[in-house]
Write a protein that binds this ligand. Structure first.
Ligand code: PAF
Length: 292
């Protein structure tokens, strides 16, 4: 184990980019062959995030996690306000799970020129469907903040959960567009024992609402079963929508799309992936699953 690593066996907390840049430069100088793994988060950490930290820990010599509730990716100010913040518990979880550095920036450290700083990127159309269509500006905000993080941390590998499937596609496009030298690693969605996809937003749900939200998982599983006997994708989409609406959630969209380009699928000779976004009360939940 490199000497530098022994010296940082406790979690280091950093709240400004200049300090982080110089710490990482020092690390790289002393450990030229070492790899840096990065897990960007908005905090309110759960086992899904920890699975990313654990994987990053296995594959890299140093693991950096960022915790930043990014205002530019919230198209609804109330959603930003409600977003759970659990800084102390997050730091304890990261420390217990072997994370080396947590970067906890303030808004002006990430956006020194203000929140309206321009950010341009060609999203190649993936920002026009599903999450992109229903949350205008969301992916621009995500790409903007992740671009900033990649410039600060310059990780060798960055880890994202597949629950945010479309976000992973946006990040891959960002890497291509801005020529970041980072490998993007998409990790499987973790679920509760009953099947609810783990999400920071689940903290905002009552036990009854968590139970009601299982309709998302049940619909995805039904999709996997029903696609075997349904060759008509429009019919299958309708059947799944009717099934979903028997539950207590408010459906925003249910779409069957090709996971490679996120465009709607016409037949099941292509890969078919089901994407769902729905509100349980005021809490917006998303999930997805490959059907065939
Ligand atoms: O997935 C998230 O938590 C956020 O969208 C991310 C990638 C940390 C950017 O703010």
């Amino acid at each position: 184990m490199p000497l530098w690593h022994l010296a940082v066996s406790a979690l280091i907390t950093i709240d400004n980019s200049s300090a982080l840049i110089s710490l990482l430069a020092d690390f790289r100088k002393q450990n030229p062959d070492a790899k840096i793994g990065f897990v960007p988060t908005m905090g309110a950490l759960h086992q899904g995030h920890i699975s990313l930290i654990t994987r990053a820990k296995k594959e890299n010599q140093l693991v950096v996690c960022s915790i930043f509730v990014n205002p530019t990716q919230f198209n609804d100010p109330k959603d930003l306000e409600r977003y759970p913040r659990t800084a102390e518990a997050d730091a304890a979880m990261l420390s217990d799970n072997g994370c080396d550095i947590v970067y906890f920036p303030a808004v002006d450290d990430i956006y020194p020129n203000g929140l309206n700083e321009p950010f341009d990127m060609d999203f190649g159309g993936i920002d026009n469907v599903m999450e992109g269509a229903h949350r205008p500006g969301h992916f621009k905000g995500v790409a903007q903040v992740v671009d900033r993080f990649f410039r600060i941390v310059r990780p060798d590998r960055a880890y994202f959960g597949q629950k945010d499937f479309q976000q992973v596609a946006v990040i891959r496009q960002l890497v291509k567009e801005k020529k970041h030298a980072v490998e993007i690693i998409a990790c499987p969605t973790l679920r509760s024992t009953q099947g609810l996809a783990l999400s920071s937003r689940n903290m905002l749900l009552s036990e009854e609402e968590k139970e009601n939200s299982l309709i998302i998982y049940k619909t995805l599983l039904s999709g996997q079963n029903w696609i075997k006997d349904n060759s008509d994708i429009t019919e299958l989409t309708e059947k799944l929508t009717v099934f979903f609406k028997k539950g207590n959630l408010h459906l925003e969209y249910l779409e069957l799309a090709n996971p490679e380009n996120l465009q709607p699928v016409k037949n099941k000779n292509q890969p078919v992936h089901c994407f769902i976004a729905a509100f349980c009360g005021k809490v917006r939940l998303i999930d997805n699953m490959r059907l065939n």
